[in-house]
Ligand binder design. Structure first.
Ligand SMILES: Nc1ncnc2c1ncn2[C@@H]1O[C@H](COP(=O)(O)OP(=O)(O)OP(=O)(O)O)[C@@H](O)[C@H]1O
Ligand SMILES: [Mg+2]
Length: 278
């Protein structure tokens, strides 16, 4: 009677493994309160709970001030929730760590280091040997198309190039999750579109779990597997929407009915929030 077990063992892991892998990110009843100068408390996030499965591209949209950046800071371990917990790969977040890569809107490269040195910064801290560092940095330089700029300093790069270095630097550490806070917000629309395609391509290679904050609804639908729509006052998750658009995604998909329907749905949710505020 061992034959059934033997047959199961022979199944490819993708078929045999039950779909019960723990979420890569779990935000569990998180609240964040700030004390105002007048001494009262301000609720930036209230009872926020959601999960992001492994390898998913999660996008967060919401009105200004609804706590999107706060949520990423808490996940990065740069601040602590007033209540609740955050888990990355099953481990409770308790301070910053190399398992979470961050890319911000503002340029955060080290100006005194070259492109190569910026990308290998975390690897050096992890004491990875020089030959392996070079291999990893060369791989990511190629991924972001900056092979010919390895020895440039950040001030010799365009905004889009700087963000490409920031993405390469975050991925070179092989984080469990990539946290991106409006990374393309400061770029012109053409560069932004190029960066979206580049990020999608890299994500399809790396299969990292991504949490991406944006104000741009086209960007949210183009990139995301799921869109988490937040509301303000207090900051909370209003709705979680699956994006029913096949991959690979291309720019011309923005004209498709499913894309437009999704956009309208998100706009409606955001509009409700604006009305509630007035
Ligand atoms: N250090 C702080 N002290 C007090 N209040 C703060 C602090 N940091 C953020 N806040 C408040 O918390 C709320 C959430 O801020 P957060 O930056 O997370 O919003 P956001 O959704 O990222 O906004 P935006 O879309 O404009 O970037 C805001 O109302 C903000 O004023
Ligand atoms: Mg923000």
């Amino acid at each position: 009677m061992g034959s059934v077990a033997a047959m199961q063992l022979e199944l490819p892991t993708s078929l045999a493994a039950p779909d019960t892998a723990p979420a890569r990110l779990r935000v569990d009843n998180v609240s964040l309160r700030y004390r105002t100068p007048s001494g009262s408390t301000f609720s930036a996030l209230e009872n926020v709970s959601f999960e992001v499965p492994d390898q998913q591209f999660a996008v967060i949209v919401g009105p200004s001030g609804c706590g999107k950046s706060s949520l990423l800071y808490l996940t990065a371990g740069l601040a602590e929730p007033s209540d609740g917990e955050i888990y990355v790969g099953g481990a409770k977040v308790d301070g910053p760590g190399a398992d979470r890569g961050m890319v911000f809107q503002s340029y955060t490269l080290f100006p005194w280091l070259t492109v190569r040195e910026n990308i290998e910064f975390g690897l050096k801290r992890k004491r990875i040997a020089a030959a392996e560092r070079k291999e990893i940095v060369d791989f990511y330089l190629n991924e972001v198309g900056l092979n010919n700029f390895a020895d440039n300093y950040p001030k010799q790069l365009s905004g889009g190039m700087m963000q490409r270095v920031a993405i390469a630097r975050a991925l070179a550490n092989d984080p469990q999750i990539l946290l991106m806070d409006e990374p393309f917000g400061a770029l012109d629309s053409q560069t932004r579109m190029q960066m979206q395609q580049l990020l999608l391509r890299i994500w399809e290679h790396s299969k990292k779990t991504v949490v991406f904050v944006t104000h741009d609804i086209d960007e949210a639908v183009l990139l995301g597997d799921r869109v988490y729509v937040m509301g303000a006052r207090p900051g909370r998750i209003k709705e979680i929407l699956d994006v029913p658009i096949e991959r690979p995604r291309t720019m011309d998909m923005v004209m498709e009915p499913d894309f437009i329907r999704m956009k309208r749905q998100i706009l409606g949710l955001l509009h409700d929030d604006l009305q509630e505020a007035h």
